[in-house]
Design a protein around this ligand. Structure first.
Ligand SMILES: [Zn+2]
Length: 414
């Protein structure tokens, strides 16, 4: 992946406990190569900590290595902090290999003690964020603004609870359990983040004083209710009329360890477009650098509410966020969601136009670490679509279609 070498924004993309019995370690994986001078070291009474200009794309985590505790958290908007609580700082091994920092404790009493444990014990000994918050090092993290890392205050309250799901997806081997698990129960663990577009000061598309933000919020809430009823874990980036930046939306999904991210919008054409009044129907987009004329126009419309984001993501880090496996999964998700919406909408409007699955450079999808799509549920600039979009019947059908599409993606791919 050549883009990794040139990415502008350093990110921590994985945290794992690894190592053999003789030497347990914490692996901190970055999105690009790192070097010793990237880390600022501080010695404190409780041990050592390191600051690095990087974004932690995962939840804060603590690991126990013998008698030592390693905690990785976002300190502020720019800095991630690695705190090592230890009585024997001299035994810390700080090894950098390309984009991975490995922390372990050398041939000491500590590692000898820990070597008696099995790998399973180490995994279990992970301390959840609630516990470590009350530890003596808690003040090292007090600068962390929960609002900076959570998009929705209502949902962030839930996020403060210990994670029920590991940040790293376990490999199939690790998930093997002697108890038989039905497909159903496996699917119910899936986490879905739904993102109603725009909100607050950002009305989205506006036609005859009708705002996109309200229509898409109704649809999103309905889709949430349907999916929750089926047993899925569903979170909304917003559940009321408030403004959220584009980057906060995907960050929220990443923090929730979501399995899919679906951003919900209604379309509108510029008055200068020749199809201004006639273009209608449903479309689903996934993120890529492909720039068809139509995708470019929709992307322009959906990107414009957050100008800062253009500075935040340099073009290269934007490319960096496109991983070919995720692109393929997003394409599959887009196909299922599009066909779900179409067949549901056609139950009441048989002539609903299939705008198809398209790809484009959507900033709102750029930061997501999971398969993610953006749906356009109709054209507000088309009289027929606008009428439909305002009815509960159509909103409910679209919501059902989105829910069915997500579910069918899960059934096929997990
Ligand atoms: Zn929109």
């Amino acid at each position: 992946m050549p883009f990794l070498l040139f990415s502008a924004q350093l990110k921590i993309t994985a945290l794992n406990a690894t190592g053999s019995k003789a030497n347990y370690a914490v692996r901190i994986t970055f999105n690009q190569n790192i070097k010793q001078s990237d880390f600022k070291k501080y010695t404190i009474k409780a041990g050592i900590y390191y600051d690095i200009k990087a974004e932690l794309t995962l939840k804060r985590r603590s690991f126990k290595l013998g008698n030592n505790v390693v905690t990785i958290a976002q300190f502020n908007k720019n800095i991630s902090r690695i705190v090592i609580e230890t009585k024997s700082p001299k035994n810390l091994n700080f090894n950098i290999n390309k984009n991975v920092l490995t922390l372990s404790f050398g041939d000491s009493a500590d590692s000898a003690k820990s070597s008696a444990k099995t790998a399973k014990d180490t995994a279990k000994s992970k301390i959840d964020s609630k516990d470590s918050a009350s530890s003596p090092i808690a003040n090292l993290f007090e600068n962390i603004d929960p609002k900076a890392i959570q998009a929705d205050s209502k949902d962030s309250a839930k996020a403060a609870k210990p994670a029920t799901k590991p940040a790293q997806k376990p490999t199939p081997k690790q998930t093997e359990s002697p108890k038989a698990t039905t497909i159903d129960s496996k699917l119910k663990d899936k986490i879905i983040v739904l993102d109603p577009g725009h909100g607050g000061k950002d009305c989205g598309a506006q036609v005859n004083r009708i705002c996109e933000k309200g229509i898409v919020l109704n649809i999103t809430k309905k889709a949430r209710d349907i999916l929750k009823e089926r047993g899925y874990k569903v979170f909304l980036t917003r559940s009321n009329d408030k403004y959220i930046s584009l980057t906060a939306r995907t960050k929220f999904a990443n923090d929730k360890n979501a399995d899919v991210f679906v951003s919900i919008h209604a379309n509108a054409l510029d008055k200068k477009s020749k199809n201004y009044k006639t273009m209608n129907g449903i479309e689903t987009y996934f993120l890529s650098t492909a720039r068809s004329e139509r995708a470019r126009k929709v992307a322009e419309l959906e990107n414009k509410d957050d100008i800062e984001v253009m500075n935040y993501f340099s073009k290269l880090s934007f490319l960096n966020s496109i991983n070919s496996q995720r692109l393929l999964a997003s394409n599959k998700l887009a196909i299922d969601v599009q066909s779900g919406m179409l067949s549901s909408a056609r139950e009441i409007y048989r002539n609903t136009t299939d705008g198809g699955v398209r790809e484009g450079p959507f900033w709102v999808l750029a930061g997501a670490l999971m398969p993610s799509v953006l749906v356009e549920v109709g054209y507000m600039t088309n009289e027929g679509d606008l009428k439909k979009l305002q009815t509960k019947a159509y909103q409910d059908k679209i919501a059902l279609g989105i829910a069915n599409g997500i579910e069918s993606y899960f059934v096929k791919n997990f």
